[in-house]
Ligand binder design. Structure first.
Ligand code: AMP
Length: 505
């Protein structure tokens, strides 16, 4: 099936022996077979061709999560196009930037947003706008019904583009990471094997599908295995609890686990059918890892990746899953910690720039040759922008984003070191340490604290608790209290927002 289309051929192969295999258990209680899933994708591919999509044309979509959006992904790949999903939170003016930048042949959005987005598409000279809603309705879906369910896949090589994912843009403008058929397939097959996926697996899918985690990690691994999804609109504790006895794997961000831990019903017996809990996209606190192990008997498997590279490291499936680390390089992926300027490799246990190379690593940023040259070295190593340490056994720990590093009075301060101490103080629920502009020091260390609901812990008490544990220059000069840390859809703390809010205070 799909001969000559590198990614589609491989993704469809696992389930091709039995079309009656279930691809997804849906929220409405019905099941979707692989045959029905691919038939729908083929109708979409026919429609995309009819709408003028040629090889390498972008198909952009901002729509709520649905199976139809996944069919659009596969349909785009079949039609030789480049799938470009956009965060559902983006406003019309943000969408304007993406449409201007990516110049898609087709743009698909929710029907309710079409009146606001039509002028944006017109201004960007994107001539085809169709709609697709979470319930599978919309003008795109209606037009597709008249299309044939058979489709000859458009041939695409391993190096052809399959998708562009824009980075979340926590610092500066969002950049479109260009991902090839090979990038996606190599990672899907590696993760399938590394995490021991089999056709019997049932994966709880509660992540968004505009991001690499919910889209490529979850969906491509499932397709590559011929296993099933338990497909949910979003994260809902009751739904996850109801699905758990029937499921085998959960892929989550750390906040999933933090919230589930508050649920009284979780215990070893309840998760006895589950074989694997995976976490990524943001740091999982060692404390969360340990509490989960104690309660369920399962060690969460933490992995590390990003939009530009897919997944890079994983704690072992069989072997020591170390809390606070993101594990070992995946097979075929090289991970090194070096001095960002000199490119010199650092000894184990030294903090440096994390760089990765492998078939999973993107080919560059769309329309941004300079940014590409800055971040992708000639020898193929991608400068991730993360700081990390590799220990004597080869386990990688993430220290934070290099842009979040604080330089105060000429000294480097790693926020994570201070956050760990702050989080340990009684009365502190969580913390974020940032650098704010300072006339004398350049930047001053500042802590933003969320107190436990019943705590009234004061600034002085926190400062006292840190004294003796931290060099003076690392101690926060100022402490602010807030109710909640700002996080994005993947649970990442938005330090840029914090810096903007607290500068000049
Ligand atoms: P994104 O491109 O939105 O997926 O964000 C990628 C970034 O998320 C990485 O560069 C890391 O800074 C962070 N990240 C991903 N996984 C982890 C993890 N397991 N622990 C800590 N940070 C992570």
């Amino acid at each position: 099936m799909y001969e000559g289309n590198y990614l589609a051929q491989r993704l469809a192969a696992a389930a091709s022996d039995s079309g009656e295999r279930i691809f997804a258990h849906l929220e409405n209680g019905t099941d979707l077979t692989y045959t029905d899933f691919f038939n729908g994708a083929q109708q979409y591919a026919n429609l995309l061709i009819a709408l003028g999509v040629k090889p390498n044309d972008r198909v952009a979509v901002q729509a709520d999560k649905s199976i139809q959006m996944l069919q659009l992904y596969i349909g785009t790949v079949l039609a030789g196009g480049v799938f470009l999903p956009l965060n559902t939170a983006y406003t019309a003016s943000e969408i304007s930037y993406f449409l201007e930048d990516a110049q898609p042949r087709v743009f698909i959005c929710e029907e309710s947003r079409a009146p606001a987005l039509q002028p944006v598409a017109d201004a960007a000279q994107v001539n085809v706008l169709k709609t697709l809603n979470a319930d599978g309705t919309g003008s795109f879906a209606t037009l597709a019904e008249a299309q044939a369910v058979t489709f000859e896949a458009v041939p695409r090589s391993a190096d052809a583009l399959a998708a562009i994912l824009y980075t979340s843009g926590t610092t500066g403008r969002s950049k479109g990471a260009m991902l090839s058929h090979r990038n996606l397939w190599s990672n899907a097959s590696t993760l399938r094997d590394t995490w021991h996926f089999t056709a019997q697996d049932k994966l709880i899918h509660a992540l968004p599908i505009f991001h690499t985690h919910g889209l490529f990690v979850a969906i491509n691994v499932t397709l590559a295995t011929g296993s099933s999804l338990i497909f949910m609109q979003g994260f809902n504790i009751d739904q996850i609890m109801a699905a758990m006895p029937k499921a085998t794997v959960l892929m989550g961000v750390p906040t999933f686990y933090v919230r589930l831990l508050k649920h009284a019903q979780i215990e070893a017996d309840f998760v006895k059918n589950m074989r694997l809990f995976i976490s990524g996209s943001a740091p999982l606190l060692a404390e969360t890892h340990q509490s989960w192990s104690k309660l369920t008997g399962h060690d969460i498997l933490e992995r590390y990746g990003m939009t530009e590279t897919n997944m890079n490291t994983s704690n072992p499936y069989a072997g020591d899953r170390r809390p606070g680390t993101v594990g070992l390089p995946l097979p075929g992926v090289e991970v090194r910690v070096c001095d960002a300027q000199t490119e010199q490799l650092l000894a184990s246990n030294c903090i440096g720039s994390i760089e990765v190379r492998g078939p999973n690593v993107f080919s560059g940023y769309w329309n941004m040759p300079e940014k590409t040259r800055e971040e992708l070295r000639d020898n193929g190593f991608f400068i991730t922008g993360d700081l990390g340490i590799i220990d004597d056994q080869g386990y990688l720990s993430i220290i934070g984003r290099s842009k979040d590093l604080i330089i105060t009075g000429g000294y480097n301060v790693y926020p994570k070191e201070i956050e760990i101490l702050l989080d340990d103080i009684d009365g502190v629920l969580e913390s974020a340490v940032i650098g704010l502009q300072h006339a004398d020091f350049g930047e001053s260390v500042t802590a933003i604290i969320v107190r436990n609901p019943d705590s009234l812990i004061s600034e002085d008490a926190i400062k006292n608790a840190l004294q003796g544990n931290l060099a003076k220059y690392k101690q926060p000069k100022k402490i602010f209290f807030i109710d909640e840390l700002p996080r994005n859809a993947m649970g990442k703390v938005q330090k840029k927002n914090l810096r903007e809010s607290f500068d000049n205070q």
